[in-house]
Design a protein around this ligand. Structure first.
Ligand code: 2U9
Length: 349
């Protein structure tokens, strides 16, 4: 008796070859190597054979069994590796995607926009001037005399002549980093014929030691309105409308007499504390009031410097620090936080 081991092996190889899953491979293993399988069936025939047939028949069945086992082991390893690879590359398309980080305006840009927006709704245009300025625009035209303390080099960053020659200005004048945005308003007065009303936002520079409330660079928004017969009451009306929009409709305002070289009369302006409605709390240091800006009627000398007839025109002007407004409105207690670029601070606003 004999059997075609090579044929059985080839048939098994073909069937194993098309197996894509462990389950179908196991079924084939049972078919060939199981207790009632092909190999066992052949083994079962051995006792019926003559003594001399047994040896070659038995050797053939053993050979077949060994080859079949090798085929199954090889295929099993292959399937396991494929399954591991598939698990690694598996993409669950039902998972929610990663939300991309979206940018936003810096808090100071937002507050600058809020301030300018409030004034533009009151009829002011936004005007911008250079940060590298002439002594004339930063001081002289603003009625700040030569011996005024703020002209001291310690209060102003002066630019070296080298920088001046590249700055685009014509003159022989000393150049500096503007210490307020007021020089841009001189430029506005010279370029926009009255009646006019502008707000000027931008960076200003002062060589102050940096601490929780001082920075060598900060932002201001200043404004000026010029017409025939403008009065202090116009200034009050504009500033009260601004304060209500910025800090809430119930905001009250008070004006304290003050002095600025470029305005006469001048005042410092407080708003009622929005945190305690004027009752007194830690925000307003128990006073019920928060100092928010300075203002006044444009000094006749300033009109003259800008080439306007000081007898014909009247105007009011005001100025505020953007950092101060932002710190009050958004509860920021250290000015340095604005400039450290720490995303944990910036993304709160
Ligand atoms: C021109 C005429 C008048 C602008 C003014 C103030 C008062 C003022 C400060 C508040 C805090 C600046 O940021 S701060 O340090 N500003 O108090 N500014 S009147 O007056 C002008 C400006 C330009 C031609």
């Amino acid at each position: 008796m004999s059997f075609d081991g090579a044929h059985i092996l080839e048939e098994a190889r073909a069937q194993i070859g098309v197996c894509a899953q462990k389950e179908s491979l196991d079924a084939l293993r049972i078919k060939y190597l199981g207790r009632k399988g092909v190999v066992q069936d052949l083994m079962g025939r051995i006792p019926t054979l003559s003594a001399e047939e047994r040896r070659s028949f038995g050797a053939g069945v053993n050979e077949l069994k060994k080859n079949l086992e090798a085929l199954f082991t090889e295929k099993e390893t292959g399937l396991a590796a494929a399954a591991a690879g598939a698990a690694k590359d598996f993409v669950d398309i039902t998972l929610p995607g990663k939300t991309p980080l979206s940018g936003r305006l810096h808090l100071l840009s937002q507050v600058e926009g809020e301030i300018c927006g409030a004034f533009s709704r009151l009829g002011f245009r936004v005007f911008k001037g250079p940060e590298a300025e002439t002594e004339f625009h930063n001081f002289e035209a603003l009625n700040i005399p030569l011996d005024h303390p703020s002209r001291d080099a310690f209060d102003t960053f002066y630019l070296r002549p080298f920088d001046v020659s590249r700055s685009g200005f014509s003159g022989r004048e000393k150049k500096l980093l503007r210490s307020h945005t007021s020089p841009a308003q001189i430029r506005a007065l010279k370029t926009c014929p009255p009646p006019m009303a502008v707000v000027v936002p931008g960076r200003v520079y002062r060589p102050d030691a940096v601490d929780a409330s001082h920075s060598f660079m900060f932002h201001q928004v200043e404004g000026i309105a010029v017409d025939k017969g403008i009065r202090f009451s116009d200034l009050k009306g504009v500033l009260i409308a601004f304060a209500k929009e910025m800090f809430g409709a119930e905001t009250r305002m008070r004006f304290r007499p003050s002095f600025f070289p470029f305005t006469e009369p001048s005042a410092e302006v407080d708003i009622s504390c929005f945190a305690c409605k004027g009752q007194g709390c830690s925000v307003c240091k128990k006073s019920g009031w928060l100092e928010i800006l300075g203002c006044g009627m444009v000094h006749p000398h300033v009109f003259k410097s800008a080439g306007l007839d000081e007898k014909k025109w009247r105007g009011f002007a005001f100025g505020m620090g953007v950092e101060r407004v932002a710190m009050l409105k958004y509860g920021v207690n250290d000015i340095r936080l604005f400039f450290e670029n720490d995303i944990r601070f910036l993304e709160q606003f």
